[in-house]
Design a protein around this ligand. Sequence first.
Ligand SMILES: *Cc1c(COP(=O)(O)O)cnc(C)c1O
Length: 399
Amino acid sequence: MTKPDILNELGLRPIINASGTMTTLGASMMVPEAVEAMAAIGPHFVEMGELHKQASRVIAKATDAQAGTVTASTAAGIALAIAACMTGSDLGRIEQLPDITGMKDEVVVQLGHLVDFGHPIDQDIRITGCRVRLIGQATESKIHQLEHALGPNTAAALYVVSHHTARFGMLGLKEFCDACHAQHVPVIVDAASEYDLKKFLADGADLVIYSGHKFLGGPTSGLVAGKKELIRATYLQNHGIGRPMKVGKESICGVMAALEAWGRRDHEAIRAREKAILDLWFDTLSPLTGIEVRISSDPTDNPIERLHVQIDETQTRISAWELASRLAQGPTPVIVRGEYLGSGAFELDPCNQKDGQPEVLLERFKQELETARTQNAGPEESFAEIRRRQAAQLVSWPD
Ligand SMILES: *Cc1c(COP(=O)(O)O)cnc(C)c1O
């Protein structure tokens, strides 16, 4: 049963999402297979341990791992994977956390990997009771720095694969794993947004974590895959610090269905559709005065291309951030990818466009440019002012 009017009923605006899969926008469009599975399991009682076993099989098959488990989110998966490395399958230790007495209590991570995807990632480490042991500098880390940090107190090492990290100068995953394994330290990879479900385990990771609600189009959830013993210890955190972040039967069934649907999806056809959208955007925007567009590939090699839109505000009379902010207003907000706003550019991501939306986006874009060109809108907010206003808005919720 679908409710086409639910946004209207709730008084929410329909979004044209050209930014990607963002938690603040409700992550992704769930695939129909996931929606059906969630509705189907809803009215039933299930033996949760058995359901989790089925999920383990589905995840193991998709990732070539020994086992897998479903968590409430990637963030939860990171915290529970770290807890697993501290406690093993010892139920006493599992209940003892976040008191770390008698356990290894350091997680090694490269400074350039300390990202913020809605909150600072180090909080996922600290929530277990562990301390963060940083190595390297913001833009560079060296193998001797990793080797120096590893020791008898190291519970795990965390490696982040993401466009948010420092792009250059970081240690490669294979050399990172080799150094950690030489000291018997397990490596946990945060691959929340990565399409390749096998590469990181194949490169040596002991545990890898994916988001269920990004490219997979599942419900809010995380997938942890890897070595059976560590997966078991991750699952057992449901009887410890995992309880406040538990995942329900509906999300487990939903993400299993999404994972299976991902395996059957016609990826070529989807790529072709995205390419057609990019071409349309490129051809329409490139002749506009003060706008310079180019196709940009994904920084972590996911098979996605986006349109990079550079704004020359001396010609457009509107800055990139002001344009992004105006596009996000009105009855059909267009949300662009804001990663490069500070450098006078933004990106348009085709992968979440519903039919008809790429054209509406272009209309809104041209309209806003025309308004900026013909009206004297007065002095603009600076980038810093916009960020301050957004922060003030956040802390005044629910007003
Ligand atoms: C999105 C993201 C997360 C958070 O994923 P959730 O499943 O929403 O918790 C963590 N790490 C990276 C690199 C991400 O991109």
